[in-house]
Structure formats: structure tokens, C-alpha cells
Write a protein that binds this ligand. Structure first.
Ligand code: PGA
Ligand code: ZN
Length: 431
């Protein structure tokens, strides 16, 4: 085992997939081995998330991160130099204490998450193992079931349609590689259909086709047609997964569906989604209600929790305490896991473990603002999350993650199986 003492910590400003500044941290150990990670950034963020530090002012729309980078190179470096990179828990606790705000607003969630993940990479380097193997520590892991966007809407497409992600899942595929093959065919078919209809207008923030639709239902119809025209049985081989991201248009029990020109209360929203669940082969639905609508979540899960995966993103913000509360409340049955919502590797892992302890589906997820950083691919495999969400099937900040799992699957040949249906609640298999 190499000496894993941290010798230097360096932060720098790099750029994300939306052309916005973000934070990269390099950790170099005394041994000369190193780790690097880049903070992602969300657009439809939950209010309970760790808060990024942005400069404000006029440069880059106020989104510059020179303050966050200075925090890495100053206070954070000072606190970490001389510490053992393998002590992730101790380092993350020290970062949280140093920040002192409870939501990382002072040092910046972006500064802290980039640093925490860079420490993890450095520890893996010191152990001489790829990150996923360093994390699995000899436990049996699965290759995750991917959830891949075909149409991008909501905050990622100027609210062209209300629903944020129209995705597919291929639980019947025999491997991750085959799930990508099938998704690639559906993505191509969807593009061809859009072109035919004169609606091909490029892609949204996560690489899904721009949703030039007259209603949310029209997008759902188009997705079913794309699955069929690619030669797959909807719901049996290739199923639909939605991220409603309802906090973006719902508050205080009022949901404003701009596209459909409808205003619904919580019960109306549940009724609308219930009709979609009847009419379309949907096996997973994320944030069906707004983050402030706990009663809505409970009612929705009471009605559909036996036959559909119901994921909390904004509602749970990768927080172990919230996951435990949601399990007690029976408010949902799955949790989205985003490292930068928590701000540290330790907090992220705790939220995922709380999800597993509750019997929830667990989905490691990217943000809409991403980079070439592939840390989350290793977290999904090494922590055996069972599911993985990265956005669509175009643009290299997305493809880098899919491609990394392909390499891991190849390396694990025979050792680990593809999660497939096992990653989902049993009731999701009803079509
Ligand atoms: P965000 O969206 O990264 O813009 O928050 C992703 C999601 O809602 O899952
Ligand atoms: Zn979401």
C-alpha cells in the first residue's frame, strides 16, 4: 500500500456542457499518485440541495466560480494537506465542519463535491485499483440498468413541454451493452420520426431530441411509436420512464401545466399521471409531485407503488435522513443519488445505503450540467446501485459515462451480472 498522505490540493476553473464555469480539484499524494474530479451542476435543483458558490456580478451571467476555486486553493487545501486520503469519512466531516453553514454555501457545494470526489480518486489510485473495484471492496456488484433520455423537456428545453425527461429502460436486455444497442435503435427511430414530422429541431440540455410537441401526451405517443418502429415490444423489452420534475411547475398544491394550459391541484395531478400509467408502458416515474407535496407523494405511492417505481429526486436531495423519513411515510419506493446534492462522497453513500436498507430502488444520477468526469459510473457499479441515469444518447459528456460502464462490464465479464429487471420493484413488470 502506497503512502496516501495528501501533499497538494489544487482547484481550477473548467467548463461544463452548457459552457458554464465549474470547479475541478486535483489531489496529489506524497507518493506522487493523484485524483481528479469535476463538479456537475443542476438546472432543476431541489431547495434542500447543497448550494453551489457562484460569484454573481456580470461575468458569465453571474455563474463564475472564482470564489469556489479560491476556497479549494485556500481554506480547503490548508485543511486537507497532511491527511490520509483513505480517510474519506474524516475528510468529508472536516469539510462540512470547515464550511459551517449546513448547506455548504460558504465554501461552495461545487468546491466541496469536486474535492471530496478527487480525494476518493486519489485513495483508489493509492490502492492500485480502478475506482469501482476500490469501492466494491470484494463484494459482488451488478452492472446497472441504464435509464436513457429520448426527448428532453422542462427546464432543459426552455419548458417546451412540462415533463422534463422522456426516457427508456431496457430491463429485458441481457447485458448493459445490449441495453445500449437497443436504446441506440430507439434514439435513431425517434430522430427519424421527428424528421418525418418536420419536428427535428436539435437536442435539449442532456442530448435528448428537442420536444417540439403540442402536448405532453404527444411526446408519450411519439416515444411509444419510436420503440415500436425500432422493432421492440413497448413495456416488455423497452419500457418508458419519466422524470416529471414537478417542483419546477408545482408549489403549494398548485400545478401549472403551461403546455396543456391546465392548472391542477395535487389530486388532479395524480389523476393525470394515473391516466398516463394506464395508457402508456411506464415502469418508473420520478418526482411526480412537487418537493413540498408530501401528502401527494403518499397518495400517489399508495395508488401506484405496487406497479411502478416512484423516485424521489428534489424530494429527497440525496439525504439519508429524508430517505429514512420517506420510507416511514411510504412516500415513494426509490431514490435518485446525485453526489452534488449531498456535497460529499460520504453523505452520498449514506443516502444510497439508507435507500437499500428501505428496500428502495437506487439510481446513481448525473446532472444536466456535466463534463468528461466519469466518477458516477464508478459509483454506480462499485456501490451496486442497480440503476444509472445520465441523460440521453448523444453528446460526449453523456456518452463518456455510458462508455465507461461498457469498459467495466467487459472487465467484469463473468464476475458480475446485468441488473436488468432485478433493479426494479417487482410490480413494474406488468406489461
Ligand atoms: P438537473 O436535472 O440536473 O437539472 O437538476 C436532473 C434531474 O432532475 O434528474
Ligand atoms: Zn429529476
Amino acid at each position: 500500500m502506497m503512502d496516501a498522505t495528501i501533499a497538494t490540493v489544487r482547484g481550477r476553473r473548467v467548463w461544463d456542457s452548457r459552457g458554464r464555469p465549474t470547479v475541478e480539484t486535483d489531489i496529489v499524494l506524497k507518493s506522487g499518485l493523484s485524483g481528479r474530479a469535476i463538479a456537475p451542476a443542476g438546472a432543476s435543483t431541489g431547495t434542500g440541495e447543497a448550494v453551489d458558490k457562484r460569484d454573481g456580478g456580470t461575468a458569465f451571467g453571474g455563474l463564475d466560480v472564482t470564489g469556489a476555486v479560491a476556497a479549494v486553493n485556500g481554506e480547503i487545501a490548508e485543511a486537507l494537506i497532511g491527511r490520509d486520503a483513505r480517510d474519506q469519512d474524516g475528510i468529508d466531516k472536516a469539510l462540512i465542519a470547515l464550511d459551517g453553514t449546513g448547506n455548504l454555501a460558504r465554501l461552495g457545494g461545487n468546491a466541496v463535491v469536486a474535492t471530496s470526489m478527487a480525494v476518493l480518486h486519489a485513495a483508489a489510485a493509492a490502492s492500485g485499483q480502478p475506482l469501482w473495484r476500490h469501492l466494491s471492496q470484494g463484494r459482488k456488484v451488478r452492472i446497472p440498468l441504464p435509464e436513457i433520455q429520448i426527448f428532453g423537456g422542462g427546464a432543459h428545453a426552455a419548458r417546451r413541454v412540462d415533463v422534463q425527461d422522456f426516457m427508456v429502460m431496457c430491463p429485458a436486455a441481457s447485458s448493459f451493452a445490449e441495453a445500449l444497442d437497443w436504446t441506440a435503435e430507439v434514439y435513431r427511430a425517434a430522430g427519424a420520426l421527428m424528421k418525418q414530422a418536420g419536428k427535428l429541431q436539435g437536442v435539449a440540455d442532456e442530448g435528448g431530441f428537442w420536444p417540439a410537441f403540442a402536448s405532453n401526451e404527444e411526446a408519450l405517443d411519439a416515444l411509444v411509436r419510436a420503440i415500436e418502429s425500432a422493432g421492440f415490444k413497448p413495456g416488455v423489452e423497452v419500457a418508458i420512464s419519466l422524470d416529471i420534475a414537478a417542483s419546477e411547475f408545482g408549489r403549494g398544491g398548485v400545478y401549472k401545466l403551461a403546455l396543456d394550459e391546465r392548472e391542477l391541484d395535487s389530486a388532479g395531478m395524480i389523476a393525470l399521471l394515473s391516466r398516463w400509467l394506464e395508457a402508456y408502458p411506464i415502469i418508473s416515474i420520478e418526482d411526480p409531485l412537487a418537493e413540498d407535496d408530501a401528502e401527494g407523494f403518499k397518495a400517489f405511492t399508495a395508488a401506484h407503488g405496487e406497479r411502478c417505481q416512484i423516485i424521489g429526486d428534489d424530494y429527497l436531495v440525496t439525504n439519508a435522513g429524508r430517505v429514512e423519513q420517506a420510507a416511514r411515510d411510504k412516500a415513494l419506493n426509490a431514490v435518485l443519488i446525485k453526489p452534488n446534492q449531498s456535497g460529499t462522497v460520504t453523505g452520498t453513500s449514506a443516502a444510497l445505503e439508507a435507500g437499500k436498507a428501505a428496500g428502495f430502488g437506487t439510481i446513481v444520477s448525473a446532472r444536466s450540467g456535466e463534463t468528461e468526469d466519469v466518477t458516477i459510473a464508478h459509483l454506480a457499479v462499485g456501490w451496486d446501485s442497480g440503476q444509472f441515469k445520465v441523460g440521453s444518447f448523444s453528446r460526449s459528456e453523456r456518452m463518456a459515462k455510458w462508455n465507461e460502464i461498457l469498459r467495466i462490464e467487459e472487465e467484469l465479464a463473468g464476475e458480475a451480472g446485468f441488473a436488468g429487471w432485478s433493479a426494479l420493484p417487482p410490480g413494474a413488470r406488468r406489461w
